[in-house]
Design a protein around this ligand. Structure first.
Ligand code: C2E
Ligand code: CA
Ligand code: CA
Length: 492
């Protein structure tokens, strides 16, 4: 047996060295792993934090303008009220006028650019301690710290001027107006809900009166609150509570019924029959005119179909207001409704007031020309009440002129008679049918007839009536004048 002995020391050293190397490598790997993991975890948590921040930002800001939204605005005002309830502050609500028209006619792209620009202008007009927020749509709100009513009004005037300066976007020059309402804390309320509601009431009041900017006035509150409530109800009522009444237009030459003016009413379940003057301004303000016009057109053309089927040779006249006329889809909607009830277009007359046209003559002319192209007839309502009368008659494709009832009621005076006579002659020279409205007495009808007026309408003949009542009226009248030929569409 052979035995060798090797000294262990060198071997142990080698083992030691290798083990140490291994430890070192392991340690280095661990450190590296830790470093890598740390980075990954740090990155991941940074991303999460960023995302949370972004979500938080999105939940509190408006995506289009980057301004605080209603939620953040509410929080900020509440916060301010809690921290220093005795220091005055103003909550201001700004609603753009005519924004919907820009959006509808030029498209959302231009509407969006306009809103972004308005956001920037508001921001630039205010102090760094004030807040600008977009509440939604074309409504903005401001929180003005430490101001009294007078300072807030002065600020609001500056804001309105900033909004009303024309905009240039992509080669287009756009103009919008602003209606501004202000509520003060602590005078008008000490919580955000009340303050916003009251600033809203002041804003509606300033829109209604055309004042531009108004401070909340508690003495107006009751009627305004009712109006706001009514506007809310009207939205639901448009489709089933609107009723069209009809008032006959009489041909003065033949004494026959030529057509019917459709006059809308709101059959309110609690307040009864509400006249149009009380709810049409509400509908205009809250963008409901398009729906209202559609409902009136549907009802009155369906009714005209029935009358035509029953042998009545009539036309129907529908009132269209400013908002309706600036709606690019109006002509198509009318075309579809005429087709649906198989009504020849010349049996529909659209009554347009001059103020409607004066708002934006270019847009009005475009829509009116489209309608004329389809054969629909156009009447100028309330003729003589606006200065633009003559310019309107010259530049628009009109068929009929309705002399306003204030002149007809003045027929007994030389001035009234002169205005009526002049209007009849002017209308005839321009080849138009002339109608007098508000005829309340037999003498007026005789007088108008001798002045050459073509048609008359008024309480003397009939008050506006519901379709069924008008049916009976028509039948009775046809019987009492039987033998005379029915005269339909009038021409001068
Ligand atoms: P308007 O187009 O000038 O309508 C004539 C108004 O005079 C009607 O009032 C009618 O009832 C009233 N009237 C008729 N005959 C006489 C009379 O002999 N004497 C007097 N003093 N008044 C008479 P109503 O129905 O209250 O309508 C008021 C206004 O509301 C209308 O004035 C029209 O501008 C608007 N309106 C009515 N229906 C509609 C509609 O469907 N759409 C739009 N956009 N406006 C409408
Ligand atoms: Ca009318
Ligand atoms: Ca009228």
């Amino acid at each position: 047996m052979l035995r060798t002995s090797v000294p262990y020391d060198p071997v142990a050293k080698v083992i030691d060295a290798e083990a140490r190397q291994l430890y070192f490598v392991l340690l280095a790997a661990l450190v590296l792993l830790y470093a890598v993991l740390f980075r990954i975890v740090a990155n991941a948590s940074a991303t999460l934090r960023r995302q949370a921040d972004e979500n938080e930002h999105q939940a509190h800001h408006d995506a289009l303008t980057g301004l605080p939204n209603r939620t953040l605005f509410t929080e900020q005002v509440n916060d301010r009220l809690r921290r220093s309830s005795d220091r005055p502050l103003a909550v201001v609500v700004i609603d753009l006028d005519r924004f919907k028209e820009i959006n509808d006619t030029l498209g959302h792209h231009h509407g969006d650019l306009l809103l972004i620009e308005i956001g920037q202008r508001l921001r630039a007009t205010l102090r760094s301690t004030d807040t600008v927020a977009r509440l939604g749509g074309d409504e903005f709100a401001l929180l003005l710290n430490g101001v009294d009513g007078r300072a807030a009004m002065a600020m609001a005037d500056k804001i309105a001027a900033a909004v009303e300066t024309p905009f240039e976007t992509e080669g287009l020059r756009l103009e919008v107006g602003a209606s501004v309402g202000i509520a003060m804390s602590p005078d008008h309320g000490d919580d955000i809900v009340t303050l916003l509601q009251r600033a809203d009431i002041a804003m509606y009041e300033s829109k209604r009166s055309g004042a531009g900017c108004m401070l909340y006035d508690p003495t107006n509150d009751h009627t305004n609150r009712q109006q706001l409530a009514l506007a809310g109800e009207l939205r639901k009522a448009v489709s089933n509570e609107l009723v069209v009444y009809y008032q006959p237009k009489i041909n003065l030459g033949s004494d026959q019924v030529s057509g019917m003016e459709a006059l809308v009413r709101w059959q309110h379940p609690e307040h009864g029959l509400i006249p149009p003057d009380e709810f049409i301004p509400l509908a205009e303000r809250s963008g409901m005119m398009k729906d209202l016009t559609r409902v009136v057109l549907q009802q009155s053309l369906a009714q005209l179909r029935t009358w035509l089927d029953d042998g009545h040779d009539l036309h129907v006249a529908v009132n269209v207001s400013a908002r309706g006329l600036h709606d690019a889809e109006l002509a198509d909607m009318i075309g579809r409704t005429l087709t649906r009830y198989e009504i020849p277009p010349e049996r529909l007359v659209l009554e347009i007031t001059e103020t409607t046209i004066a708002d934006d003559p270019e847009a009005a002319r475009k829509v009116l020309q489209q309608l004329r192209g389809r054969g629909v007839r156009i009447s100028i309502d309330d003729f003589g009440t606006d200065y633009s009368s003559l310019a309107v008659l010259r530049s628009l494709p009109v068929n009929e002129l309705k002399i306003d009832r204030q002149f007809v009621s003045d027929l007994d005076y030389p001035e009234g008679a002169a205005i009526v006579e002049y209007s009849v002659q002017l209308g005839h020279m321009l080849g138009l049918t002339v109608v007098a409205e508000g005829v309340e007495a037999a003498e007026d009808a005789t007088r108008l007839s001798s002045l050459g007026c073509n048609m008359a309408q008024g309480y003397w003949y009939a008050r506006p009536m519901e379709a069924e009542v008008m049916d009976t009226w028509l039948t009775d009248r046809a019987q009492s004048t039987s033998g005379n030929p029915q005269v339909g569409l009038n021409s001068p």
